[in-house]
Design a binder for this molecule. Structure first.
Ligand SMILES: CC(C)(COP(=O)(O)OP(=O)(O)OC[C@H]1O[C@@H](n2cnc3c(N)ncnc32)[C@H](O)[C@@H]1OP(=O)(O)O)[C@@H](O)C(=O)NCCC(=O)NCCS
Length: 156
């Protein structure tokens, strides 16, 4: 078996693995982990595409994005903890940007929590800039909610 990470579309047979990836990455922040049903509804929505990065049968990470006319958004991006800091997040982000650009998007938006320095550093290094903020946007369990920064990448 090769240890080269391979990308493929997230499909109907991947709902459990996608939900598990989301939970593993976001429940530690105090967010609600998405269920299989959440994933089914999301991936069945207009303009939504998910990509899964795997090494053999092992899931490394995923990105889910949506294109609406000339705008697009990253809905979620997650890399399993054991696979972090090896370029998977940067690769998933780049592939998502290529995909939405090819679908006609001219801008790529996302929301990132103010208390998530790893993701903020990734997005800044990929050329995203802050275009706004949403106070108390992300739930944090028993703790106060975290503010979000809205970030945008110009795809032209
Ligand atoms: C954010 C996340 C996707 C990054 O994935 P990753 O595979 O570790 O990222 P990469 O290895 O591609 O890192 C790319 C760059 O991002 C930045 N970065 C990533 N993790 C970082 C960290 N822990 N601290 C500081 N900078 C970090 C660095 O600039 C890094 O470049 P470098 O390794 O050359 O210094 C991953 O940490 C994750 O899944 N976190 C939990 C879920 C999440 O926060 N998703 C984003 C929600 S908006």
């Amino acid at each position: 078996m090769t240890d080269t990470p391979v990308l493929r579309p997230l499909g109907a047979l991947d709902l459990d693995r996608a939900a598990a990836l989301h939970c593993e990455s976001f429940v530690p922040f105090g967010e609600r982990g998405w269920t299989r049903q959440d994933m089914a509804e999301l991936l069945g929505s207009p303009g939504v595409v998910g990509l899964l990065l795997q090494i053999g049968d092992t899931d490394v990470g995923m990105v889910i994005c949506r294109v609406l006319a000339d705008e697009s958004e990253i809905i979620t991006l997650a890399v399993r903890p054991v696979h972090r800091r090896r370029g998977a997040g940067r690769r998933l982000l780049a592939v998502a940007a290529d995909h939405v650009r090819a679908m006609g998007a001219r801008t790529l938006f996302l929301e990132v929590a103010a208390d998530n320095p790893a993701a903020r550093a990734l997005y800044e290094s990929a050329g995203f800039r802050v275009s706004g903020s949403r106070p108390a946007y992300f739930k944090r369990g028993d703790r106060p909610p975290a503010d979000a920064f809205v970030m945008v990448l110009d795809l032209d």
